[in-house]
Design a binder for this molecule. Structure first.
Ligand SMILES: NC(=O)c1ccc[n+]([C@@H]2O[C@H](COP(=O)([O-])OP(=O)(O)OC[C@H]3O[C@@H](n4cnc5c(N)ncnc54)[C@H](OP(=O)(O)O)[C@@H]3O)[C@@H](O)[C@H]2O)c1
Length: 278
């Protein structure tokens, strides 16, 4: 059997390499999550994104173990909730995730939301440094952090490798992206297809899809990877999973990227991580 296509990787500042394209697993659970993860890996995916909050870590772990891909070729991300924002708590959370996943280590561990009102994310990050030393995780990052939250980590001497944030052509978050670039933090995008489907019906996206003989999803996901973002679209459907991975045999011209950049909306809602979090 020929080797499936896999996504190129991006090296983070700690030297670990993360694939540019992975599978998001929320809101899949149980048999659906198991199957989606196994099929995705067998068909070339090498990055899987889960979280304690998704309540699917057991299924994701089983999907990985029952795939044809050895563990050391899979880049596995999981995240922990706010109740574990303490040095000892992070260790407990990690050990519990590893038990559910039936894995010995996590490639990338993320603070899921900063929860600034609770104000313990700096301590949580310190806890992750101990997990790296203990060999339970390889890299430490964050999710939904604003530049002000990142500044607090820097001031305490901590440096996340990556920040997973809500970003798509409607919400390009240019100032946030510039801040991450300035500090060498990888941007990973969640809900890259805008989840509800309206982005994929935009006339600009449809006309580029026709022009390039690609699907609307591929056009949007190519925009993400061409910007240098890691992205984790979710699909439970094998056809769409495959479509979403096949982004590396075409290029958007600068004019085509500019057309997609033109979709930016000032009124697109971004979940406010000063207010929401779990
Ligand atoms: N860090 C955070 O706080 C956070 C928050 C939200 C999400 N996430 C992560 O990000 C991942 C992705 O985000 P998301 O699931 O919210 O949104 P998304 O990936 O932008 O969109 C998923 C939706 O698009 C459909 N879809 C997938 N590929 C498609 C294609 N090529 N053409 C048309 N439709 C397509 C999927 O349906 P089918 O399954 O039927 O294909 C699903 O309904 C999540 O699964 C999760 O891992 C993280």
């Amino acid at each position: 059997m020929s080797e499936p296509l896999t996504a190129p990787k991006l090296t983070m500042t700690d030297g670990h390499a993360i694939p540019l394209l992975g599978l998001g697993t929320w809101p899949m659970r149980d048999a659906e999550a198991r199957r989606a993860v196994r099929e995705a890996l067998n068909n070339g995916y090498r990055l899987i994104d889960t979280a304690e909050a998704y309540e699917n870590e057991e299924a994701v772990g089983e999907g990985i173990r029952t795939s044809r891909v050895p563990r050391d070729q899979v880049f596995l991300t999981t995240k922990f909730n706010r109740e574990w924002h303490s040095r000892a708590g992070v260790r407990q959370a990690c050990e519990a995730s590893l038990r559910r996943l039936k894995m010995e280590y996590i490639d990338l561990y993320l603070i899921h939301w900063p929860n600034p009102k609770q104000d313990r994310y700096v301590e949580a990050f310190e806890g992750m440094m101990e997990l790296i030393e203990a060999g339970l995780i390889r890299s430490a990052g964050v999710s939904n952090f604003k530049p002000a939250h990142l500044q607090r980590l820097f001031a305490a001497g901590f440096f996340p490798q990556l920040n997973q944030i809500q970003l798509d052509p409607f919400r390009p978050r240019l100032e946030d992206v510039a801040f991450h670039r300035q500090h060498g933090i990888v941007v990973e995008t969640w809900s890259p297809l805008d989840r509800d489907g309206s982005l994929l019906k935009e006339p600009v996206v449809l006309s580029l899809a026709r022009e390039l003989n690609k699907t609307p999803g591929q056009v949007v996901l190519r925009w993400h990877v061409q910007k240098g973002y890691v992205t984790v679209p979710k699909s439970a459907n094998p056809q769409r999973q495959s479509e979403n991975l096949h982004l590396f045999d075409f290029v958007l011209s600068p004019e085509q990227v500019a057309q997609l950049d033109g979709l930016a909306r000032t009124d697109a809602e971004i979940v406010d991580s000063d207010v929401f979090g779990h």
